[in-house]
Design a protein. Structure first.
Ligand code: 6PG
Length: 248
């Protein structure tokens, strides 16, 4: 069986400004799709605000969207058209403009978040017969959360067989749906998009944790089979002791 190369150090690419980050991310995503073998390629879409500029640029990218199965790497437990919906943001900025298949978690007034997550997980299993996503996009909060894996929440320790779960986030008093570490670790590639000075402290902790410092959720995405790339802007990288080569 082909042994997966274990990635020792994550790749960190620093762009001078958020606009360059979006350009660089769109170009890297297009290249990953081009190199992806097989008829279909799966893309986990991040929520939040950082990916917005990248989604807009992807609309113009030379990608064969007809072979893409897009899905949400996390979602807020709100109706599809709610202003806080990550799926709505991804649809408006990208998915409504390309002919990719787009899979969103079900939301109805009578479904629980847990039931929706279980349905969605079954859908994810049907579009990932190999058990591995090709590319998952993630953001990171200033507390080091990623997807909806927040520090101190139950989903950090979800059952090992789960790929997608509901997660109550007490400090937000909100239910979320999120990809688990299990499915993130199995991906072929994970691409973090992180920008702004507010992320600098968390990024330093994630990439340069001091001895004994608790690993933040975003840090725990590394260490699996997935090749993890961090695409950040200079402001977010300001806290790193060794600023990697600055692109753009
Ligand atoms: C969400 C996201 C979350 C996001 C980070 C960063 O549902 O909010 O999935 O994980 O990626 O909070 O958000 P920004 O890009 O808005 O800083």
């Amino acid at each position: 069986m082909k042994t997966e190369p274990v990635q020792t150090e994550p790749q960190v690419i620093v762009h001078r400004h958020k606009a360059h980050l979006a350009e660089g991310a769109a170009a890297l995503i297009a290249r990953i799709f081009e190199e992806a073998p097989g008829d279909r390629v799966s893309l986990g879409l991040a929520g939040g605000s950082t990916p917005a500029a990248t989604y807009e640029r992807l609309r113009e990218s030379p990608i064969d969207w007809g072979r893409v199965d897009a899905w949400m790497s996390d979602e807020r437990w709100v109706p599809h058209q709610h202003e806080d919906s990550n799926g709505r943001m991804a649809a408006e900025l990208l998915m409504d403009h390309v002919d990719a298949r787009f899979l969103r978690p079900r939301w109805t007034a009578w479904l629980t978040a847990a039931d929706s997550a279980a349905h969605y997980e079954a859908d994810l299993r049907s579009i990932h017969p190999s058990g591995r996503a090709d590319l998952i996009l993630l953001g990171m909060g200033d507390d080091g959360h990623t997807a909806s894996l927040f520090p101190g929440t139950a989903a950090l320790d979800s059952p090992p067989h789960r790929w997608f779960v509901a997660n109550h986030v007490p400090h937000l008093d909100a239910d979320r749906l999120t990809t688990t570490f299990k499915f993130l670790h199995r991906a072929h590639r994970v691409l973090f998009l992180v920008g702004g000075s507010g992320k600098a402290a968390a990024l330093r902790r994630v990439l340069e944790a001091a001895e004994g410092e608790e690993r933040l959720p975003a840090a725990r995405v590394m260490g699996g089979k997935a090749e993890v790339t961090w695409m950040v802007d200079e402001a977010a990288a300001a806290g790193l002791s060794t600023t990697p080569l600055i692109h753009g």
